[in-house]
Design a protein around this ligand. Sequence first.
Ligand SMILES: NC(=O)c1ccc[n+]([C@@H]2O[C@H](COP(=O)([O-])OP(=O)(O)OC[C@H]3O[C@@H](n4cnc5c(N)ncnc54)[C@H](OP(=O)(O)O)[C@@H]3O)[C@@H](O)[C@H]2O)c1
Length: 360
Amino acid sequence: MEICPVSGRFPAIPFRFSQSLTDFSTQSRRMSPFCLKVPSNIFRSDADSGQLESRMFILGMGFVGQFFAKELQRQRWVVSGTCTSIGKKKKLEEMGFDVYVFNANEPDPEVLNILNYHTHVLVSIPPVVGIGDLMLRHEELLKNILTGGNLQWLCYLSSTSVYGDRGGEWVDEDYPITPASELAKARLVAEEGWLNLGCDLRLSTQIFRLGGIYGPGRSAIDTIIKQEPSSEVQKMRSSKRYTSRVHVADISQALNAAVHKPSLGKIYNIVDDDPSPRTEVFMFARNLIEKKWPGQIKQARSLDRVESLMPKGSSRDGKRVSNARMKRELEVRLLHPDYRSGLQSIVEHIDDSFLYNPPS
Ligand SMILES: NC(=O)c1ccc[n+]([C@@H]2O[C@H](COP(=O)([O-])OP(=O)(O)OC[C@H]3O[C@@H](n4cnc5c(N)ncnc54)[C@H](OP(=O)(O)O)[C@@H]3O)[C@@H](O)[C@H]2O)c1
């Protein structure tokens, strides 16, 4: 599945990503129907080209959103986004981002209108079981506000869970989709919804199906040091022979590549090369910690024991998700092709104070 799911939906008229941005500021100001709190740096221009800079709006500045935002900031993008609390907004503003408190259940039209002052949007807010994608419930509002705006590019962060459990088979983006859980079903509906909205708005629209995300501050290393109990989802993953994962730095570089390679409704699996069992990952993490801080960590709850309690059989084999398209088309060279490389780099950057006083 590569192209917009509703056939004939891509119109003959040009897509927005080919349009010039030079008249951006006057255009946006003219069309804005709302009273805006638009940040002053939004109209910063590139001194060399005379063109306005690229501007990313991140709906949901969570783990991936923040990592990518920092990367774009290094590249001198203007980055804005949303979170759900004042406390987090303050923290993100201190990092140099324009941030809006936003509830996707009741999207504030003023915040949505600010999207029109951006060229790119990343959607990172997850769907909710029994409700679906919170934003897409307000699709008409989104369409009304964003039609004729300046957005050119949209990427929706989805999950490899849409493939369901495939008895350990390799799956690529063309593999028949049979999501098993209610959340995975909601993901699939959300993918289709964002693809359709992108088509209607004539944006470059891409779907990223992410494997289990890990990185600094969120990894097996952190779980062991903090002695965190496993969540239900993690316990389920413990029983699987294959679980796909990806380091947040590699998601960030894939997003960066996708920004420079706009496409119409392309779907990409974003995973590393080595789908492995969670128990193996935790054993490796424990050994790394033991090597760096011998005898300092209490033996964490045995994941091997958890695994032994889980039912065995092909339905617990998971799937091996192929990243061939990501490598071929986005030309991503993984920084962390497997969990060993990713965890090694995480442990190298953790200092002793984290071990004795881990953040909650
Ligand atoms: N974790 C994984 O292993 C994994 C695997 C595959 C796919 N994914 C999906 O990939 C995306 C990025 O992952 P992530 O780990 O970066 O997620 P994350 O850290 O949980 O970030 C999710 C963002 O969505 C915001 N959000 C949640 N509910 C909201 C609501 N009702 N209204 C407005 N905003 C809301 C959160 O706001 P706050 O910042 O205020 O909390 C946060 O900024 C998510 O959709 C995630 O579900 C995750």
